[in-house]
Write a protein that binds this ligand. Sequence first.
Ligand code: GDP
Ligand code: MG
Length: 302
Amino acid sequence: MPRSELESYRAGYVAFIGRPNAGKSTLLNHLVGQKIAAVSDKPQTTRFRIQGVITKPEGQIVLVDTPGVHKPGYEMNRRMMATVQDALMGVDLVCLIRDASVATGAGDKFVLELIQHAKKPALLLLNKIDKLKDKTALLPLLDWYRNEYEWAELIPISALRGNVAEVLPPQMIKHLPAGEPLFGEDDFTDQSVRTMVAEIVREKILQTTQDEIPYVTAVVVEKWEEEREDFTRIHCAIFVERGSQKKIVIGKGAARLKEIGIEARRDIESMLGHRCHLELFVKVEADWRQRAHLLDELGIKR
Ligand code: GDP
Ligand code: MG
């Protein structure tokens, strides 16, 4: 890169937050497109799940997921709250995605509070404006948000339509720190998409079981069949250390495993950009930590 370009280049980590159904995944897909990929094990990425990287001539946006932020419905204990705050502290910019077509609820207040506490540069993205018959309906909402926080930008968008992919990235890059790109093309591989699938499943286990299952769970993608171009069949094994933990993960009448599967499949389909069939098997493996081949499959360095 020529020196003059490097001097004005900006790069950083960006988190999308917003209550469920606000349109985060839709927007992410629209911005990143099919080229979503995970990232090699660079040290600074271990705290986040990288959801996608947008590279433009003027800068690079690394979109990261902040665990727990999107689950205001769950009762938040102090520890979880701290985890969420910690995740937000590590990013350079936060984008609050709000469904502007529905009334403000407790979930919206919750995510707003997270931003108020984090005191990070933030963009307010009022989404789904295509659903508003009367665009002036946005005005009271803009007023309300303006009173609550000093936003870097307030931008009405439609994650589904229009030119959001052209308009939004420059607005995000503007508020990132000056610096070189964080990732190069070589950091992306197919293999890491599978790792990301395993991480998504693991995240859903942690979210649905909360404190009941501490960090004993490992997830391994055992089967990956691209049956058609737009359909992938995935089998994942969930490893726990004890029978009692298996019961917790499966839940009464398998309800919890089903919830984990539904939630994970939604995110995986968003990431892959097509439908998938996800099957989860819970296996008890008392000493999985010691099992070398498993560690290799998990990509954990020995
Ligand atoms: P998330 O839970 O925040 O990740 O939300 P999703 O991205 O899964 O979106 C929830 C629903 O809202 C999906 O049915 C999307 O198709 C829809 N949606 C997202 N953005 C828009 C938008 O700009 N306009 C309209 N009309 N629907 C949208
Ligand atoms: Mg989503």
